[in-house]
Write a protein that binds this ligand. Structure first.
Ligand code: G3P
Length: 215
């Protein structure tokens, strides 16, 4: 299973990299707005740090414009993956970019049937947003389970990239479902490393070490 970090903040990305857990990065306009830096500058800097797919999102709404934008974004670095919003226009752009050999990540996916269309259109990744479905009282992870099952049934090469991850349980269930990737905020990545018994165990070992005679 691959872990991507869901962040446009290079400081956060550096920390996650130091933890040895990062296979790629996902960004989106909201994450970029938080860091307040120019899009191209951020993506190019991330590309110097991370050796793996880096999702950069299109803001166009028409397929033709998305394709032009995607070609321009892909020129920034070979690891850039073009993030395309789900929908008819997004699917058209995904197919056109796939035909040109450009990797895509279809975002804002909220059903297994949307995900199936993305795979048919040749997406490299599909991003089911689990947290946002949970927010409206639907079980986001069920969409992931069904998507993984459909892709397995037919041997689609498209990777299931679980997004809108809000807590460690999302990561656990994504892993159990056989999702190829989870994109994880740094705070959740840190939570995954923690356990109260680990903290207590370290405290006890250090306390006992004080009692060991020193030469
Ligand atoms: O990767 C998509 C993710 O950033 C969305 O997360 O928490 O805004 O639903 P959230």
């Amino acid at each position: 299973m691959k872990f991507f970090i869901d962040s446009a903040d290079v400081k956060e990305i550096r920390v996650a990299l130091e933890m040895g857990c990062v296979d790629g990065v996902t960004t989106n306009p909201s994450l970029l707005a938080k860091v307040g830096r120019p899009f191209e500058e951020v993506i190019r800097e991330i590309a110097t740090l991370v050796d793996g797919p880096i999702s950069a999102e299109c803001i166009s709404t028409k397929a033709e414009d998305m394709v032009k934008e995607g070609i321009a974004l892909a020129a920034w670095h070979p690891n850039v993956v073009i993030k395309i919003p789900m929908g008819v226009e997004g699917l058209k752009a995904t197919r056109a970019l796939a035909n040109k050999g450009i990797s895509t990540n279809v975002t804002l996916v909220f059903s297994p049937l949307q995900a199936l269309l993305c795979a048919k259109a040749g997406a490299s990744f599909v991003s089911p947003f689990v947290g946002r479905l949970d927010d409206i009282g639907q079980e986001g992870m069920e969409m992931v389970r069904q998507t993984v099952a459909i892709f397995d049934n037919y041997g689609f090469a498209t990777e299931v990239l679980v997004a809108s991850v809000r807590n460690p349980i999302h990561v656990l269930h994504a892993a159990l479902a056989g999702a190829h990737v989870a994109t994880i905020p740094l705070a959740v990545l840190k939570q995954l490393s923690e356990h109260p018994l680990t903290t207590l165990g370290i405290e006890r070992f250090l306390a006992d070490w004080e009692k060991v005679p020193k030469p």
